[in-house]
Design a protein around this ligand. Structure first.
Ligand SMILES: Cc1cc2nc3c(=O)[nH]c(=O)nc-3n(C[C@H](O)[C@H](O)[C@H](O)COP(=O)(O)OP(=O)(O)OC[C@H]3O[C@@H](n4cnc5c(N)ncnc54)[C@H](O)[C@@H]3O)c2cc1C
Length: 501
């Protein structure tokens, strides 16, 4: 059964009607008929779970998004099935939200206007591993990719991903490109958008007759961090480097400034040891240092880590979690000692797992907040960027100013322009006004705040409308059906009615 002609020709300016989910029963029935044979679910509990991500970190997003629900979950297992779903969604003018692992923090894969949730978890094949590259389907988990490229013999000793979020084990590569930024590995290889990190994507358009578009190199920015608003990514190619058996390390310090001073010196050394792209260091590091993660966490986080690490991170010490190249461990230990630090852990991932410990990257990035939230849901966090070199006196002044209201955590990373310090402070939530007062105080200190309490691309990290992404949306999602409400660059008037396509 197909939708009636009236439904198929319904112009998109009636689209807000879909907010009343009882009004599109016929469209849903027609859509279901068109996707016969493709795995799907209408189960209300499943839909409730698959309509959420980690937006609950933010009390403001919890309030705004907690009741949003998709109406049908589809699980295509091939690009052909994605094309079938995309064509049916366009013909029946149903909103469609793509979901990978559902680990985004800003409601990126929450369907604001109901409709279809396209779950990519069955699109998970590793298609080809060659020296320097892995080509895979978008729903592949990054952990599975990492295992596959490490085991593949095309490079002796195996290869590794250049970076992954601290959610490596449960997030997809498509979701990382669609909603992520950087993570473990960014200290060594820059952030996701730096040239050469992702080299190719295949995108299915949301049209009555969907097309497959291949984007390469700089054109990939058209879909990177677009929150799945402008095409369904089905396949990608990402770059690899020879595998390193990183040593997961904890060092403890008598003060947070001491820990930060180590991190600043180490980041500078990594920058001069491992160039990003073709840049050659002006003055090579002496001695060289190679690291995959450098994370500073102050002592007030220690109770949240007690179960994971016990005395390895006690409440009277500040910690640096890192992943260090085994050949550079002696240099790292000397640096730690020179800054007054004390080593409490130095284990490979295999050894960690054998001892039931968690990897260092799960002690950093947004996992640090998760550690706290597991104990007490009243915390939230902020995302800030400090200028380089980090002004440690300013951090000390902030700690004095905010006291127990804000707990400090800094991530040391690089992009193609040089070092970057991300702050992921934990904030004791009082109310919206106080949260935005703290944001204003950060900004007055010269920090950039990437607002993680909003759900549009532009109000959060991107700040401005990316016209290249919107131009691509006109091609890949001309009816404006993809993850509606997530980009300010698109308005209902821009949608092309189905009848005139
Ligand atoms: C504890 C924790 C730690 C985190 N640490 C980091 C970190 O270190 N670095 C970081 O960048 N982020 C981090 N995040 C955010 C998130 O985990 C990552 O961005 C992750 O890569 C998202 O992958 P996912 O598969 O869960 O994507 P999802 O959340 O499912 O999707 C993210 C966005 O991409 C879109 N999307 C997904 N798949 C596709 C596709 N195939 N085609 C088009 N669009 C698509 C979705 O519609 C959505 O808008 C963290 C989150 C949590 C909760």
């Amino acid at each position: 059964m197909r939708g009636s002609l009236v439904q198929v020709l319904r112009p998109v300016h009636t689209f807000p009607e879909l907010r009343d989910m009882t009004s599109n029963t016929h469209q849903l029935a027609a859509f279901l008929a068109d996707i016969a044979g493709i795995s799907h679910s209408l189960d209300s509990h499943t839909l409730s779970v698959k309509s959420k991500d980690y937006f609950w970190y933010s009390p403001l997003l919890q309030e705004a998004l907690g009741d949003k629900l998709g109406q049908i979950l589809v699980l295509p297992a091939s690009e052909e099935e994605v094309i079938q779903v995309a064509g049916a969604a366009a013909r029946h003018q149903l909103p469609l939200t793509v979901r990978g692992g559902g680990t985004g923090n800003y409601g990126q894969c929450v369907p604001l206007q109901g409709g279809i949730i396209l779950d990519t978890s069955r699109l998970n094949k590793v298609l080809a591993i060659t020296p320097g590259f892995v080509h895979c389907e978008a729903g592949a988990l990054m952990m599975d990719l990492e295992r596959a490229v490490r085991a593949d013999p095309c490079v002796p000793g195996g290869q590794e991903l250049l970076m992954y979020p601290s959610t490596r084990d449960i997030a997809t590569i498509g979701g990382f490109v669609g909603g992520g930024y950087g993570g473990a590995g960014s200290i060594r290889n820059g952030i996701l958008k730096d040239p050469g990190n992702v080299t190719q994507v295949r995108v299915v358009t949301l049209e009555a007759q969907p097309r497959v578009i291949e984007l390469q190199d700089a054109d990939i920015q058209k879909v990177h961090h677009a929150f799945g608003t402008n095409g369904i990514v089905t396949q990608l190619t990402v770059s690899l480097k020879p595998a390193v058996n990183w040593v997961h390390h904890i060092a403890l310090f008598d003060s947070y400034p001491q820990a930060l001073r180590l991190c600043v010196q180490a980041t500078d050394a990594v920058e001069r040891t491992v160039p990003i792209g073709n840049a050659k260091p002006v003055v090579p590091a002496d001695p060289p240092l190679d690291a995959f993660l450098i994370t500073a966490v102050e002592r007030r986080f220690a109770p949240f880590y007690a179960q994971a690490f016990g005395d390895r991170f006690p409440a009277h010490k500040d910690a640096v979690f890192s992943m260090i190249a085994p050949d550079h461990l002696a240099t790292w230990r000397a640096l730690v000692a020179a800054h007054g630090g004390q080593e409490t852990m130095a284990l490979t991932e295999e050894a960690l797992t054998a001892q039931g410990l968690i990897p260092a990257f799960e002690c950093g990035w947004n996992h640090t907040t998760l550690m706290a939230l597991r104990h007490d849901r009243s915390w939230t966090n902020l995302q800030t960027i400090d200028s380089w070199p980090l002004n440690i006196d300013k951090v000390q002044a902030q700690m004095q100013r905010w006291g127990d209201e804000v707990l400090m955590h800094h991530e040391f990373a690089r992009d193609s322009q040089g070092p970057v310090v991300f702050g992921l402070p934990l904030v004791a939530y009082f109310d919206r006004d106080r949260l935005y007062e703290i944001i204003a105080e950060y900004e007055a200190d010269g920090c950039v705040v990437l607002d993680n309490h909003v759900y549009t691309i532009e109000d959060g990290g991107m700040k401005t409308i990316d016209s290249a992404q919107i131009d691509f949306k006109k091609i890949a999602d001309p009816h404006g059906l993809m993850n509606p409400g997530k980009t300010r660059g698109w308005s209902d008037e821009m949608a092309v009615p189905l009848s005139i396509m």
